[in-house]
Design a protein around this ligand. Sequence first.
Ligand code: 6PG
Length: 240
Amino acid sequence: MAAHQDALSDDVSPVKPETRWHVLEDDRAVAEEAARRVLVAAERAIARAGEFRMVLAGGRTPRLMHELLAEAATDWRRWQIYFGDERCLPPGDDQRNSKAAALAWLDRVPVPGENIHPIPAERGAEAAALAYVPLVAAALPFGLVTLGMGEDGHTASLFPGQKHPPEELVHPVQQAPKPPPERVSLSARALSRAEEILILATGAAKRQAVAAWRRGEALPVAAIGGETPVDVLLDREAAE
Ligand code: 6PG
């Protein structure tokens, strides 16, 4: 892994992330609150910098939020879309995070095609991670990073027990415990370089990981944030 990877070397944040927990009624309320926060962040960034750079979460949890965003009134020409992680599958595969986001949202709004930056995961983890680094380096700090969380406390494709060079912006991931095994993930460092960070977790299956996180266990999801506080939107099921 070469150029740009160490773009953040002077930004190491030893700060323990401030985590703000928000418990909402159900997954619908979480999606509505998340969509509201995304649009507020977008309007603020567009007013200030003329552009809003957003990182999308993978998995199923963000789908409802994405569908709500597809109904929003905003200047889509000012949005730049990045992905927090991707699965090394062909571009059209329904299991691709980029495909899921396109179906639920991006294909339904006039975001210019050149403003959507999928991770070229079809090239394989190593080549795709390398190709995505300059894009990430140029986009930092992001306006808003959205993330999900797995039942084991993973986020993006940062899994418990998997070590990656901390200075990297983008990691190739092999043998991921969640299929498919080959993936590409933005690093905790890159995901933490944002004006706002939103993590969504819904459903009883996430309850144990949420409890472990709140107890201070060193889960991958707990490594996100630093200078920027993290807002976690939970539904009652995940929070109990
Ligand atoms: C992925 C995701 C992953 C996801 C969690 C939660 O590509 O699988 O990026 O980190 O956010 O596994 O997945 P669900 O939302 O489907 O529970």
